[in-house]
Design a protein around this ligand. Structure first.
Ligand code: SAM
Length: 349
């Protein structure tokens, strides 16, 4: 086991068989060693900085029907909302005042926000906050859409691959195509975005071999950003009785991803904080280096319910900022308010 851990940290790779074997033989001591090696590698690339991104969840409408997600179109009990262009810009302005220089605009796959609507929003954001980075996370769109938004000034795009197993993907995403999602990721990369991929841990039917496939996909694709979080069942979805993912299993994936893609930007997700009050801190100590405080207006926040019991639902952005800053300081890291680009991207402002 020690030899595999050495290979992973020195050569940044393991074969599929080695990953499966490693996952099947982990002991509490080995987990700790894995986390501390991941932390060391993260420090070599990003020091003690934890980058912050103000998250604006601007629409809970979704045309997709992913079995795991509370926003799925078949969930008739979901409350839907859309923020206007002005409301989105207001959220960013509040975040900018608090010091954030990186914003993530995320939504269900809502085509109400057409290419024209989205380019207007991005242009206005870039005009008003020229020193801030804008990340989009609005799902699968056309190449023309992605290009137009990039030309309007969007810097980054998050599109988790969700699972690198085509069979598992198909079982969770009715009417969607694994190949199309992967094509979207390649197109985003080709256009020039800093691209984020990622997956959930603890999906029904997911095996250690599936997780090995996820890690190997990340190794091959080398995304600039990697989002890994536990799957949390939502009571109004077909997966309501599933067991869901655990914090420990997710930490192992975060640490292994850090060792395989050493320079990636990796968030300590809200889902980790939801399962465990110190889940985000644990993620930071296992290789994560980004936090994403929510800037959406308080009155609509609980309606962006991918899963239930989400944390920070009633916290004003100012409170979120100081709470996170303190949590991060306790782990020995420091919250950063710069654009927080990937180290390969030298963005000229
Ligand atoms: N619609 C966009 C897309 O498809 O990329 C972005 C929004 S989507 C709701 C954001 C992410 O939430 C998904 O990529 C998925 O990994 C995660 N997610 C959805 N349901 C979840 C659940 N029940 N537990 C944990 N994460 C979930």
């Amino acid at each position: 086991m020690e030899a595999l851990l050495n290979k992973l940290s020195e050569q940044q790779e393991l074969t599929e068989e080695e990953i499966v074997w490693f996952l099947g033989h982990l002991t509490p001591e080995l987990r700790q060693q894995l986390y501390s090696r991941a932390s060391k590698v993260r420090k070599q690339h990003y020091g003690v900085s934890v980058y912050s991104r103000g998250l604006i969840e601007f629409s809970s409408f979704c045309r997709r029907d992913c079995l795991y997600c509370g926003l799925r179109r078949s969930n008739s009990s979901a409350e839907r909302y859309r923020l206007t262009e002005d409301e989105i810009i207001e959220c960013a302005a509040e975040g900018y005042e608090l010091g954030y220089r990186s914003f993530v605009l995320q939504s269900g796959e809502d085509i109400h926000y057409s290419e024209q609507v989205m380019t207007t929003i991005v242009r206005k954001l870039k005009l008003r906050f020229p020193d801030a980075a804008v990340t989009l996370s609005v799902g699968e769109r056309s190449e023309a859409f992605y290009r137009a938004l990039y030309n309007a000034g969007a810097d980054r795009y998050l599109l988790r691959h969700e699972t690198a197993s085509c069979v598992l993907y198909d079982s969770l995403h009715p009417g969607m195509s694994y190949d199309h999602r992967m094509d979207c990721l390649r197109i985003l990369r080709e256009i020039g975005y800093q691209v984020g991929a990622g997956f959930m841990v603890g999906l029904p039917g997911q095996t250690q071999r599936h997780l090995a496939e996820d890690l190997l996909f990340l190794k091959e694709f080398q995304p600039e950003m990697i989002g890994i979080g536990p799957f949390i069942p939502h009571s109004s979805t077909p997966l309501k009785h599933a067991a869901g993912g655990t914090v420990e299993d997710t930490l192992v994936m975060i640490a292994m991803a850090r060792l395989m893609v050493p320079d990636a930007l990796m968030p300590a997700t809200t889902a980790m904080g939801t399962l465990d009050p110190s889940g985000r801190e644990k993620a930071l100590q296992a290789g994560a280096n980004v936090v994403m405080p929510i800037l959406s207006p308080l009155q609509i926040r609980s309606k962006y319910a991918l899963y239930e019991q989400k944390i920070c639902m009633g916290d004003e952005p100012e409170h979120c900022r100081s709470c996170l800053e303190m949590r991060i300081a306790v782990t020995g890291y420091r919250m950063e308010f710069s654009r927080g680009d990937h180290c390969r991207f030298n963005v000229q402002l």
